[in-house]
Ligand binder design. Sequence first.
Ligand SMILES: [Fe+2]
Length: 248
Amino acid sequence: MGIFGNLFKASGNATKADMSAIGTDMHSHLIPGIDDGSDSLETSIELIKGMQALGYKKLITTPHIQGEFYCNTPETIMPGLQRVQRELAKQHINIELQAAAEYLIDDKFEQKYKSGELLTFGRKHLLVEFSYFNEHPRWRDFFFDLQIAGYNLILAHPERYSYFFREFAKYEEIKDRGVLFQININSLTGYYSGEVKKMAERFIDLGMVDLAGSDLHNAHYLQALQQASSNKYLRKLIDSGNLKNHTL
Ligand SMILES: [Fe+2]
């Protein structure tokens, strides 16, 4: 039966899981075979069915675009999206699926945004991530250029950049520059680490979170997400009224 078959049996009550209050997920890796997310069309469909069962109505999937590791472009992403959409239609799975990208702020990023339009969603919203290892020395320049060009920046999983943990003022600076914060829902359960969990909770306590994302890569993430649906900090975040997922 595999992990998908057992997914909703695990909690004993599938109806408990409910992300319908969030509605739109705007961070995931569901295009098969182009990054470290879904590895096949079949897996993509199973993951999407799992998201639908959790209550999501719309998914904006965001394949990695990272230096030499994931050299994705609209030419690799959009045909993949259409392939998944065709299969959803064939199986009569009624959920809206769009695609954009998750851009890594690295040395090659400047060339990308200077040579053409980037993949966005909503009102020119752009999902960007930092390296997990060190602060990029020129992120301020990049953010400035992008904001002048009219992009609405969303920083993916700020709670996962451990080099900022002792420099909280940097987070405040990023927010003050008008960048939206998207936390990973799974961070709230300790899926990544206790420190990441604490940082996500701190952002929620301070009202700094604008968006909640799944960052769904595979069935393990989906299983964790189901458990996170009853998390009290996720409740607090939803009840805060700060979430903008439904506007995308
Ligand atoms: Fe991601």
